[in-house]
Design a protein around this ligand. Structure first.
Ligand code: 2M8
Length: 437
């Protein structure tokens, strides 16, 4: 067996180990449930060797869809999890009855996963597949723009850092530190009781505390979730009272691409998108440009409340490449940036540039290299014709997995592994990368 085949087999074994019978947990212990964007990456990997199972993964994601169209970021399985009882989704009349879910969403990668699976299906099955999921996908995009774009400008807002998928990335940390940390949590920090509280944290039983979100931030994330629960996840009730609302750059870049995929599916099926939604979809690529800073020459997330850009750099700045709608000139500029300012480290892409005050090589979304974001960037690079750069990124990513196995993330400085293992999307993305080399 050659090296590539061996790696493929090892990655398949990870997905098998994490298979819960039709859906895949991200990892044992730490993440025992089904997560939204994880399952999309997982389906993208699975389709290469088990198309039926990839279909099942997505079918199971839609078990969690709410009556109002929302796809939740977590559908609970039977095992326990450290935040289990915070959501109590049944408090909303929109939540499904058959399963327990969270009350928030995650990056809208599902159009991508449905499309990539469809592309491998025979003609007739493809049509049936798209027909089956089009109404559900449409309902999700309608929910996003109806509930989360109250100004009708083509940018959706997020109400919790967990919705961004990049939980503790600098723009979110800065905003929650400035506006959201409740007094009792500040007190814990002031009295240096963090280490005591850490003792009751369950996630740090499996991964070193230095590789996870800090205790103060973790408590704040739980407290924001509780506030959302009190409002029964009703956006109209949440907005007037929320302290941190962000038009997240990564999320909106992914959504712009997802909109194109939704529109392509509609066209293939001879369906017409609702007029109001089509208007938003047309606005979205222009709205993304509102997130460009002329001074800093890069993209940022924006506060929904103040309309100000949150000028803390992170890898999200490269995701407009993935949206595919920015100008070639802008794309070339981003590629130049990718090669500099602390992003293109020995094992790129650092989730936060090494020059940032937030950078920590092993701490979650505050510096490490992740395979899923490398996937999004490499897809974007391909779209703009930077094939060699995309190939390079896939190679360095595969090198990490080949050397250390399917860890959750890796230090961008020396490639040392961190987080939980065996982690499903690392395996799934590696499989997709192997099929592109
Ligand atoms: C992380 O997020 C969860 C909450 O959703 C957590 O912090 O426990 C993030 O890395 C997220 O992007 C990912 O989907 C999830 C499961 O892998 O873990």
């Amino acid at each position: 067996m050659d090296g590539q085949q061996k790696l493929f087999e090892a990655c398949k074994a990870v997905l098998k180990q994490n298979d819960q019978g039709g859906w895949t947990r991200p990892a044992p212990n730490l993440y025992p449930h089904q997560w939204l964007w994880d399952s999309c990456f997982i389906a993208i990997g699975l389709r290469h060797y088990n198309l039926r199972r990839a279909q099942k993964e997505l079918e199971n994601l839609f078990r969690g869809q709410w009556k109002n169209g929302m796809l939740p970021n977590i559908i609970y399985g039977k095992d326990r999890y450290y935040g289990d009882n915070i959501w109590d989704s049944k408090r909303s009349a929109d939540a499904p009855h058959q399963v327990q879910t969270s009350g928030i969403t995650q990056p809208p990668l599902v159009a991508e996963a449905l499309t990539k699976v469809a592309d491998l299906l025979p003609k007739r099955e493809r049509r049936a597949w798209l027909k089956r999921y089009y109404p559900k996908l449409l309902a999700y995009h309608e929910w996003l723009y109806r509930e989360r774009d109250p100004h009708g400008e083509g940018l959706v807002l997020l109400v919790h850092p967990w919705e961004s998928g990049l939980d503790n990335s600098p723009p979110w940390i800065r905003e929650i530190r400035q506006n959201q940390t409740p007094f009792w949590i500040q007190l814990i920090h002031l009295l240096k009781l963090d280490t005591l509280v850490e003792l009751i944290r369950q996630d740090t039983r499996y991964v070193a505390a230095t590789e996870r979100t800090s205790t103060v931030e973790q408590l704040t994330l739980l407290s924001i979730a509780r506030r959302l629960r009190r409002k029964r996840y009703n956006t109209k009730k949440i907005l007037p009272h929320a302290h941190v609302l962000i038009e997240d750059l990564a999320f909106n870049s992914i959504l712009v691409r997802a909109n194109q995929q939704l529109a392509a599916i509609a066209q293939e099926l001879n369906e017409t998108l609702p007029g109001w939604l089509w208007e938003r979809i047309k606005k979205a690529p222009h709205a993304l440009e509102l997130l460009w800073s002329e001074t800093e020459q890069q993209y940022f997330s924006r506060s929904f409340t103040t309309f100000e850009l949150i000028t803390e750099p992170s890898l999200a700045t490269f995701l407009p490449l993935y949206s595919g709608t920015i100008s070639k000139h802008r794309a070339a500029h981003l590629v130049e940036l990718l090669g500099s300012r602390g992003y293109y480290t020995q094992f790129p892409v650092a989730s936060v540039p090494t020059t940032s005050r937030y950078f920590q090589p092993h701490r979650y979304w505050q510096g490490p290299t992740w395979l899923n974001t490398n996937w999004l960037i490499s897809e974007g690079l391909e779209r703009y014709g930077f094939h060699q750069k995309a190939q390079q990124l896939r190679q360095t990513s595969l090198e990490l997995v080949g050397r250390h196995g399917c860890y959750e993330y890796f230090s961008p400085l020396d490639g040392s592994p961190a987080g939980i293992k065996p982690f499903s999307w690392t395996a799934a993305v590696a499989i997709d990368f192997l099929h592109q080399t």
